[in-house]
Each structure stands twice: as C-alpha cells, then as structure tokens.
Design a protein around this ligand. Structure first.
Ligand SMILES: O=C(O)CCC(=O)C(=O)O
Length: 196
C-alpha cells in the first residue's frame, strides 16, 4: 500500500468462539488491509488466524466457483478447519499479522478471552475509480456506518488531538470523506451541537 495509506480506524475485542470462514471485502484489488495483533499466544487449535492463501484474487477457485467454505464437510467431506490449502498463522504477543481484506480468513478453537486488536488501512486513492472504492469502503466500515457518535466524526478526539504531522498525514482524507458521507456526525456539527 506504500507509505501514503489512509488510516481507517481500528478496534479491540475479546473474540469468543469460532468466526467461520469469510473475507472482509471483495474489491478485486488491494483497497484495504487489516493489521492484527493478538495479546495471547495462539496456535492452530486455540484460535490462531487461518487464511486461504490466494483467496483474495478474483480468479481463486473459492471465489470463481462460489464455494461455501463453511460447508466444506457437506460439499467435500472435509471439515472447514482442514480446508485444503488453508494455513494457520500461529502467533505470539508481539507478532503482527497483515492481510488483504479480500482474503478468506477464520479462527477456530479460541477461548472466550482471545484478545485481538486491529488497524484497518486503505490505499490513498489516486484515481476517481479508487476514490469511489474507498468511499464505498468507508460507507460500510467507519463510525458513521454504525451511527457511532465519536464526538469528532471519523475518530475519537484523542486520535486527532494528539496527532503530529506524521499521523495527521494518514487521517486527513478519511476525516474529509467520512464527514462528506455522514454530515450529521461530522466533527464541526457535533462540536457545535455540544456547545449549544
Ligand atoms: O478472530 C480473528 O482472529 C479474526 C477476526 C475476524 O474474522 C475479522 O477481524 O474479520
């Protein structure tokens, strides 16, 4: 994605149970990447992230044939945990996993206390087509998509208030796009309302 990426938000969760196989998108090219780090050692049977390498490509057989990976037992007699070609990315705290949002991924066997933090980054669009894709991404994956009132639009205030130029570089365009998409949640609107 290069140095000129947009930071499009993050989260921290306790994940409970299996996630099932899914991609987070189907853009067909690199639009968004997920950066994940886990605060517990994870093995293939205790919740490590599994991925199907290559499944971010539109011509991967899973996508082309529309295969329901979660139904692999019914389709092929193979449990989803053993889907052919899938690998488990076993991690220790300090490791970072980075993957294209289009990649099929899953986690199996984790406890109810599996701690996962993510950061989502998109390309900084250069063409009108890329801009449209990033706008569609942000329509579905940002605070406004869920009607979250952060008090500052795209980010919670500390993210902006403590930002130096290096960080702001990755925040400016998401702030602008978010506030165009969700004007009722825009930073200035919310600030004005809260001072009335
Ligand atoms: O549980 C995980 O490790 C992955 C969570 C997940 O599926 C996701 O972030 O989309």
């Amino acid at each position: 994605m290069g140095e000129d990426f947009n930071y499009c938000g993050g989260d921290g969760n306790y994940y409970t149970g299996d996630t099932g196989w899914h991609p987070d998108g189907g853009w067909g090219s690199l639009i968004a990447a997920k950066v994940a780090f886990y605060l517990d050692p994870l093995t293939r049977n205790t919740g490590a992230l599994r991925v199907i390498p290559g499944s971010h490509q539109p011509d991967h057989f899973v996508r082309k044939e529309g295969i329901d990976v979660n139904n692999s037992l019914g389709l092929f007699g193979i449990p989803p945990t053993e889907f052919p070609g899938a690998i488990a990315l076993e991690t220790n705290p300090g490791d970072v996993v980075i993957f294209n949002h289009d990649l099929f991924h899953a986690s199996f066997g984790g406890t109810s206390w599996r701690r996962m933090f993510t950061m989502n980054c998109t390309i900084k669009p250069e063409t009108s087509e890329e801009l449209e894709q990033v706008r569609r991404y942000m329509q579905a994956h940002t605070p406004g998509s869920n009607n979250y009132v952060t008090g500052a639009g795209m980010y919670y205030p500390p993210m902006i208030d403590t930002a130096d130029e290096n960080r702001l570089h990755h925040l400016r365009q998401p702030i602008e796009i978010h506030d165009q998409l969700f004007p009722h949640l825009a930073r200035d609107v919310v600030n004005q309302e809260s001072t009335v």
